[in-house]
Ligand binder design. Sequence first.
Ligand code: HEM
Length: 439
Amino acid sequence: MLEHPVVPPAGAAAAPLYERPGRGWSYADFQAEPLLFFLEPYRRLGPAFRVELDGAETHVIAGPESNEFFMLARDLWSYRRSFSFIAHLIEQDLITLDGPAHAAKRQRMMPSFRLDMLDRQAAGMHQSLVELLEERAGAASDLRDLMNLAFFRQASHGLGMRLEDEVFAAVLEAEKYILQGTAHDIAHSELGRQAEAAFARVTGLIRPHLAERLARGGEDDMLTLMAARHTASGSMPARRELEDDVAVLLLAGVENGAHIILWTLLLLHANPGWTQEVLAELADLPSGDELSPARAPKLHATIFESERLRPPFPILPRVAVRDFELGGRLVPGGAPIIHALTLVQFMEEHFEAPLEFRPQRHLGSRQLTKLHAAFGMGLHRCIGMSQSRHQAAITLRELLCNWEIEYGFQPSLGYRMEAAVTPAETRLPVTVRRCASGG
Ligand code: HEM
């Protein structure tokens, strides 16, 4: 049941403009403080307000009431218009489809992301991680790059392909243009052309792998399952749709998934007492045993706390198809909206001492989606959430139990917004070595 009126009552007041004392706001200010940026206007003005960013006015919705509203008002949002830059680029993208087309495509893709499929991929994903660590053992690495590559290789394995690192570099390049384009929403521009060329390069590199994989046939992986379901649907040439899907899944999932693992390592490094507790839990699990939250609660509580404390995407663009009212304020249909979805994760009324790393808070209780919002919510909630947590658990167990990470820097735990919320340090030099006692 929808609790909030979607049709605004006559006389609802316009969302108030937040005026920052002293000077205006810019996107660069947001990049410098992406997590707490909208807290002060939310406290002062409630869940719907306006801000001026780089001179352009935009509506903002924030706080638990906005997350709840967002989930309940299912047919209010147009993803095609919210992500028009991506929609311009990719015809059948899950992220930008709306209504029945989105529901049908999501249904076709969902089985590839179920836990039973992920469990069947776990051993191979683990193996691809170990191979990468062995390649890098003893050499100077950058922890951000290493985690990105580790996530990419495991994700490729899950899909059923062994994609070269060249594909990974092309994915990162395309992601850069797409993120910039989404932030500025300018499809017909130099940026649009660059994004188109970079995306075409990714699909071009994937094409022969896909052809080879499908020609082999008969195996049990995420891609094979997706291929069978797309063929059955006949919505567009299945091969083209699959090329786009693989590219989108890698673009949507690698850096953010890798960042959760990266942040978990840095947070554990700063909290040796808790690290020992996680290690003791893992030592009691026979190797090869599955790593579900029931089997490894402390490991998963640590991952959840990283998602809470360092969510990769604190804001997302939205467009409503008609006017609506939230907290007694009117937000017009068609206007650009910023949804500050993870602001709630930093509010002390929902998380005691919200800036502190306290994984224990997640033991024995699961947060409501509106309060633990890093993977989004509603109809477009992240399809890769379980995969992301699965890969995080595999990677952390392997690194914590069998490898020593020698840090060539002192992690500050400071952050800034780039493609995701990333460590403030531009370089994260480390060396990984297999532990003498490691398996
Ligand atoms: C920590 C890692 C990840 C985070 C924080 C994350 C975050 C999100 C968020 C916030 C959304 C909702 C977007 C919206 O409402 O506008 C989303 C959707 C999506 N994510 Fe993720 N994601 C992660 C990993 C992944 C992975 C690994 C994949 C793919 C393998 C993936 C694929 C997608 C797709 C395809 C959608 C669109 C779903 C739809 O529109 O129905 N994500 N993700």
